[in-house]
Design a protein around this ligand. Structure first.
Ligand code: FAD
Length: 368
């Protein structure tokens, strides 16, 4: 059986690994001249980095081992900060009870917290946060960050909390982002090249075509047209955007992307106490700055920061909005026989790296 995989990110590579194990004859096509999508490790001034911090959420042992058996991983607690310009101060994220005590408007915040509704029956992200932390904390940490991240006028357009720290808006004690206090549940490859060797391992038995953008696919006949070449298969597994795959048949899907700006500073560490990234929820154009050494463990007398600016130069984030999700379902429900869509772009869902693997494993259960 022949399989063509469209897209060589995390999902496409995992699909190649699984299909090769099932003895499929696999061809994987990727538009970049490297594998891994945003999880590919690049170097800037000798410092390794990825596009966006990609520490691995260890959802369970099977997921962890899937990478760890190929590239050994280091486990750690993830620490985030937020810079509140109005307060001229850095605070932890998730919002921490001890930080509230340091805020100039502490009394007002405490009054708001005392007057929160007993039951949070909000039907959108903004009301969900207002009901959880009140207007002042929502304004400081979430409102502008989320609006600029998604280029929306109001966070009421989002139907739930999937982009927030659900159910745990204010934290006490431990300051990590882990839900399971005590046990670190973030991991990152120990080697300098990050996940790269994992991607190479996944495709070792496949034919890999790099640097080719897929523009035309006959899904019914399972033919991919590349330049003057026609590649035929028995099944197609797509990890590319659904609207690109089906030539906008049901309309364009809405995405947000990001531009990444690397900056080297002449200090060993810029962030305090090994913190990994800082959110900027004020009127600055950027949303987040990441200190990569804290994630990669790279040793250098200097440090690399990468600033993230929301943009439309790439498709990275699908919108958690009813109309867009319904449009994505139209695409998914109309895929011809033996064509499967998986992964983050493929399903139009915000999936973590581990969830992309689970998505592939679920599909493999359905194939011979
Ligand atoms: C900024 C950011 C930070 C993240 N941080 C984390 C994190 O810390 N931890 C975590 O677990 N998850 C994180 N995620 C989510 C996780 O990284 C993704 O879910 C995962 O990498 C998606 O993999 P994928 O293969 O499904 O999609 P992609 O990585 O998007 O792969 C799709 C591939 O298809 C290629 N492609 C697209 N169109 C075409 C075409 N027409 N022709 C040929 N090739 C094409 C692309 O170049 C890409 O390589 C983050 C996501 C983002 C955007």
């Amino acid at each position: 059986m022949k399989a063509i995989i469209l897209g060589g990110g995390v999902t496409g590579c995992a699909a190649a690994r699984e299909l090769s194990a099932k003895k499929y004859d696999v061809t994987i096509i990727e538009k970049n001249n490297y594998l891994g999508g945003g999880c590919h490790t690049f170097f800037w001034g000798g410092h390794p980095y990825t596009e966006g911090p990609r520490p691995f959420h260890v959802e369970n042992e099977k997921i962890f081992n899937y990478i760890n058996e190929i590239v050994p991983m280091r486990l750690f607690h993830l620490y985030l900060d937020t810079y509140i310009e109005k307060d001229r101060n850095f605070y932890s994220f998730p919002i921490h009870w001890d930080d509230i005590q340091l805020m100039p408007d502490k009394e007002k915040i405490l009054r708001e917290l005392d007057n929160l509704p007993k039951c949070n029956d909000a039907t959108n992200l903004e009301d969900g946060w207002l009901n959880s932390v009140g207007p002042t904390l929502y304004g400081k940490y979430v409102k502008t960050y989320t609006e600029k991240m998604w280029e929306v006028d109001s966070n009421k357009v989002f139907e739930d909390f999937s982009w927030s720290v659900k159910g745990r808006p204010i934290q006490k004690g431990d300051r990590t982002v882990e839900l399971a206090i005590g046990k670190p549940n973030h991991a990152y490859p120990i080697e300098e090249t990050g996940y790269n060797r994992f991607f190479d391992f996944c495709v070792k038995d496949a034919k890999v075509i790099l640097g080719k953008t897929i523009e035309k696919v006959d899904l019914e006949k399972k033919i991919v047209y590349l330049d003057n070449e026609k590649i035929r298969a028995d099944i197609i597994i797509s990890t590319i955007a659904l609207d690109d795959l089906m030539e906008n048949t049901y309309g364009e899907l809405r995405y947000m992307g990001r531009d990444f700006y690397p900056i080297v500073l002449p200090v060993e560490y810029a962030f305090k106490d090994g913190h990994h990234f800082i959110h900027y929820p004020n009127t600055e154009k950027y949303t987040r700055i990441v200190e990569y050494k804290a994630i990669t463990g790279h040793k250098s007398p200097y440090t690399l920061l990468v600033m993230e600016v929301p943009s439309h130069s790439n498709k990275l984030y699908s919108y958690n909005i009813k109309s867009e999700k319904e449009k994505a379902m139209l695409y998914l429900n109309n895929l011809p026989k033996d064509v499967y869509a998986v992964g983050r772009l493929g399903t139009y869902r915000y999936l973590t790296i581990g969830q992309c693997f689970e998505n592939v494993w679920e599909l493999m259960g359905k194939l011979n």
